[in-house]
Design a protein around this ligand. Structure first.
Ligand code: PMP
Length: 308
């Protein structure tokens, strides 16, 4: 078997990836009862600095997600940031990286009864950090309006990043790939837009930026919230509004937002083409996002946490 070349944090210790064991009776593995985050840190070769991006907001959300599954991490935001910084330093990453913290219901201890439940099951925290550059290497992607309905927030709380929820995303993603598209956008039972498989959806119509509200049943993404502040900084009007299939197809521009995809132009939706590359507003927002993540805009420097 290939030997893992990096160090991860697991169950209170730093260890090699291939020294982490999960057992077959692991609850999260059996029932999807885990929560996770995706956090980025950006490397600047000119200053030899590595900067975490909005790390505190991600750990606030991890703690909230964990509560939804009755997982008490027993760690503060500060503890989590410190562990993350130590993990990165141990690995000595000198490139853009992606950090994946995961809190899992773990294997049953002797005396615990196996079953689908949340209370009375111990949990564990692991953090994996890995090199990751641009997630999607293209001028823009084509999306399919999925035939899979998004899991409603009445079924699984959509404010929480729960591992089991991503089966829905994976099904939608596969359908889109099989039909020649790059990603899927999912609607709710009302026919309103929710989100893409791992990102939020924005459109631009008549110079107004629009995105569906969390009440539609979607993750209130940190990048989504960043875009509100970027629009305000740029003097662009940005509103929350339910968007149906017709609204999406009639848009002037469309883009996805997420820690992984950053600001990603959508150039086509089903058979509709928005353009050959990013639209004018999408480009403005995306350029500002790139400047901010590289800590070049002082009014957003509070989003940056230096590692080294
Ligand atoms: N929706 C879903 C389903 C996601 O998995 C993600 C990625 N975390 C997002 C939206 C975007 O969230 P964020 O901007 O906080 O990364």
């Amino acid at each position: 078997a290939p030997k893992a070349s990096w160090i991860v944090y697991s169950d209170g210790d730093f260890k090699k990836l291939d020294e982490v064991n999960f057992y077959t009776n692991n609850q999260a593995l059996n029932y999807g009862t885990g929560v996770f985050e995706g956090i980025r840190a950006y490397w600047s070769s000119s200053s030899s600095q590595l900067n975490l991006f909005r790390v505190e907001e991600h750990y606030v959300r991890l703690i909230e997600s964990a509560k939804a599954l009755k997982i008490d991490l027993g760690l503060t935001i500060n503890d989590l940031v410190e562990i993350t910084i130590e993990l990165i330093k141990i690995n000595n990453f000198k490139q853009d990286i992606y950090i994946r913290p995961m809190a899992l219901k773990k294997s049953l201890m002797p005396g615990e009864k196996f079953g689908v439940k949340l209370s009375g099951v111990s949990s564990t925290l692991c953090i994996n950090a890995m090199p990751m550059g641009q997630y999607v290497n293209s001028l823009g992607i084509n999306c399919l309006l999925s035939s899979w309905q998004r899991v409603s927030k009445e079924a699984i709380p959509s404010y929480a990043k729960i591992t089991g929820l991503y089966v829905n995303s994976a099904l939608a993603y596969e359908e889109a790939r099989e039909e020649g598209f790059d990603d899927a956008i999912m609607l709710n039972s009302q026919g309103d837009c929710t989100e893409a498989t791992t990102s939020n959806v924005f459109i631009v119509s008549n110079d107004t930026v629009k995105t569906p509200p969390p009440s539609a049943g979607l993750l209130n993404g940190i990048t989504r919230q960043s875009v509100f502040e970027l629009c305000s900084y740029l003097g662009i009007s940005c509103i929350e509004s339910n968007l149906n299939k017709q609204d999406l197809l009639a848009a002037d521009e469309c883009f996805l937002t997420g820690t992984g995809v950053e600001i990603l132009p959508v150039i086509g939706l089903n058979q509709k083409k928005f353009g050959d590359s990013a639209g004018r507003m999408t480009t403005k927002i995306s350029e500002l996002y790139d400047d901010i993540k590289k800590n070049r805009v002082s009014s957003f420097s509070h989003w940056i946490t230096p590692v080294y």
